[in-house]
Design a protein around this ligand. Sequence first.
Ligand SMILES: Nc1nc2c(ncn2[C@@H]2O[C@H](COP(=O)(O)OP(=O)(O)OP(=O)(O)O)[C@@H](O)[C@H]2O)c(=O)[nH]1
Length: 241
Amino acid sequence: MLEEDLEIAVKVVIVGNGAVGKSSMIQRYCKGIFTKDYKKTIGVDFLEKQLNINEDDVRLMLWDTAGQEEFDSLTKSYYRGAQACVLVFSTTDRDSFEAVEKWKSKIEEEVGPNIPIALVQNKIDLLDNAVVEQNEAEGLAKRLKLRFYRTSVKEDLNVEEVFKYLALKHIEKMRKENEQESETATAQPIRQIGLFSTGGSVSKSNNNNGNGLGEGSITLQPSKTRVASKSKNPLSRCKFF
Ligand SMILES: Nc1nc2c(ncn2[C@@H]2O[C@H](COP(=O)(O)OP(=O)(O)OP(=O)(O)O)[C@@H](O)[C@H]2O)c(=O)[nH]1
């Protein structure tokens, strides 16, 4: 299969207290709509969005998780395998800001410390009723080493930027891991034929011993999160399940 027929799939989880605007953010990003009604998420929802970043086709699988504590044990199981995270709090809800560290720990407990996270202060159209100062939000982002965005889902401010940043971070991370793997593979030549890991690209160590067969090996590198079959149908760029 040709490289250009592949796309990068990224599992993104959206977390944060109830009513901060998580579902609205995904709806805005995927469907371009905003509704004033609040319908709390029961468990989890899932939407998908395709985008193109520097020639790479990326499919974001967006998991919208319930912010209410009653769903905690259920939503936690959906964090597994997440490759990026949007952590949202609201400009008008102090508790949601104070819960940021707790959400970060919850995510990292399930998926480890290296997951790219964007910290998002939503509802900045309501700055007149703000209960969180801009500098304290920025300070928290700095202390937790998270990229910080201020968004208004209602006014469609900065929403795309959040997801683009996470997609870019994921691609960067994937490239680094691939490079490290190839470096390790060249540094330690494998001397057995038939040793391989699942899927992906083939690399050959060519150590010909004179009988034409060589004593080298064929190593199959894992293909990471790439999935096959790039869809050319523009209507399929945003799906709702
Ligand atoms: N003014 C304003 N209201 C917003 C914004 N984003 C979301 N809302 C409103 O905030 C309320 C809660 O939004 P939701 O998206 O349902 O919140 P949620 O975080 O998914 O909530 P849970 O499902 O309980 O976790 C809704 O009434 C939205 O219309 C925003 O940027 N500005």
